[in-house]
Design a protein around this ligand. Structure first.
Ligand code: S3P
Length: 450
């Protein structure tokens, strides 16, 4: 079982890029597999989660070829042979690993096929709620059995059916649910509409547009007409702001530091983390902004003494994955930080309210746990501890960042899970611990297949 060992740093001066965005990479694999020809994807995230989705599409007939790989991980440049919306039946059950995004989006895709399929995942994924996708897909006419030991959970047995369009009011603000319904809507006859209770990440809508598929947005209602053909295209995945968040917090909380992260995705449905760190006192400059479907730019951040803040209800879906590391920032800030309206954290890869609260307390922070969040009284010095990730990648990485500010050597146990979203995290952490500042120190080795 692998571990990370972290000690305090005195300064942070660095420039580098984080790997590709996880949400966008999943979608790039799925929509390329449906397109009417050869699609090329640059800066694909070769994490276990996204490779599982790539292999799922291959099992459905959409072959891929690797042009370049991140050594030791998997493809980061590839071409996918799209199937013009004609998938083939998989011969074995499809493994979604640890990924809620992979399983929920694929459930939407598979609901309207003319064949049966099965999706399964690891112990964590098999305990996460799938009713949020099987309910709307069931209303569209799909027959999906949740055969997990826990009611409403994976494995999913999907009996592909002809789908009828629905208008679906989502009970939770979830981009995964929205995307599953829109994917199913591509195979339904007529107009499918999904209404979100609050804005959620819009990568699916943007990627549908990049593939030439029309959607219509009216307030929080998004509609799609079935029967459209995705047009093959080239796609470049920006750096993942959720991975960038770990280093942004480290730099923000260390007065005198300067960090430049290049080519980060700056989609406004994902950038609340920047607003919150700014509110806490960090100084930030966004440069080189451009958009090719997804907004991208460089983020330069300068550390400062941070003060606590209150996360706004409407910010929560926009930074849900960054809350573990924001909680670490809050422990390092002076004053109180309040995080409420975040009950969804309890059904992520772990119950992230409990895992964050327990790990922060183990390092000396003062935290009150609520059903839907936590209150952190910052400013107590952190001390080293042995921290369990509980198999959750974002918990492992958030507490590696806490270790950079703690007295003594923090040991994070059970860190293989980091590869589900951030291949190369340990390499970047090592460069920061050794206070190397050149971009070379952060470059992850690649291998070309051309
Ligand atoms: C994701 C949506 C979010 C997020 C997850 C990725 C996506 O989940 O937490 O890591 O790619 O659509 P929900 O849809 O459950 O909010």
């Amino acid at each position: 079982m692998s571990e990370l060992r972290v000690t305090a740093i005195a300064s942070l001066h660095a420039e580098f890029s984080v790997p590709g965005d996880k949400s966008i990479s999943h979608r790039a694999a799925i929509f390329s597999g449906l397109a009417n020809g050869l699609c090329s994807i640059r800066n694909f995230l070769p994490s276990e989660d996204c490779i599982n989705t790539l292999n799922a599409m291959q099992a459905l007939g959409a072959r891929y070829e690797v042009l370049e790989e991140l050594s030791g991980y998997g493809p980061n440049q590839l071409v996918i042979h799209g199937r013009s919306m004609q998938l083939s039946a998989p011969t074995t059950p499809i493994d979604c690993g640890n990924s809620g995004t992979g399983m929920r989006l694929l459930a939407g895709l598979l609901a309207g096929q003319s064949f049966d399929s099965e999706l399964f995942g690891d112990a964590s994924l098999s305990s996460r709620p799938m009713g949020r996708v099987t309910n709307p897909l069931g209303q569209m006419g799909a027959r999906i059995e949740t055969r997990g030991a826990k009611p409403g959970c994976a494995p999913l047995f999907i009996h592909g059916s002809a789908l009828t369009p629905i208008t679906y009011q989502m009970p939770v603000a979830s981009a995964q649910v929205k995307s599953a319904v829109l994917l199913a809507g591509m195979f339904a006859k007529g107009t499918t509409t999904v209404i979100q209770p609050a804005e959620t990440r819009d990568h699916t809508e943007r990627m549908l547009a990049a593939f030439g598929i029309a959607t219509h947005q009216d307030g929080q209602a998004i509609s799609i007409d079935g029967g459209q053909m995705p047009q093959a295209c080239e796609f470049s995945v920006p750096g993942d702001i959720s991975s960038a968040a770990f280093w942004l917090v480290a730099a923000a909380a260390l007065p005198g530091s300067r960090l430049l992260l290049k080519d980060v995705g700056l989609n406004p449905t994902r950038t609340a983390i920047l607003k919150v760190l700014g509110r806490m006192g960090a100084h930030m400059i966004e440069t080189n902004q451009h958009a090719t479907g997804e907004p991208v730019g460089n983020v330069e951040i300068h550390g400062a003494p941070l003060t606590g803040t209150t996360l706004l209800a409407e910010e929560i879906p926009n930074l849900i994955d960054e809350i573990p590391v924001l909680a670490v920032a809050a422990a390092l800030a002076s004053g109180r930080t309040l995080i409420r309206n975040a009950r969804e954290l309890r059904v992520k890869e772990t119950d992230r309210i409990t895992t964050v609260v327990n790990n922060l307390r183990a390092m000396g922070a003062e935290v009150i746990e609520f059903d839907d969040g936590m209150e952190i009284q910052g400013g107590h010095p952190l001390h080293a501890a042995e921290i369990d990730s509980f198999g959750d990648h974002r918990i492992a990485m958030a507490f590696a960042i806490a270790g950079l500010f703690a007295e003594g050597e923090t040991i994070i146990r059970n860190t293989e899970c980091v590869n589900t979203s951030y291949p190369g995290f340990a390499h970047h952490l090592q460069a920061i611990l050794e206070q190397r500042s050149t971009p070379d120190a952060f470059t992850l080795p690649t291998h070309s297949h051309l």
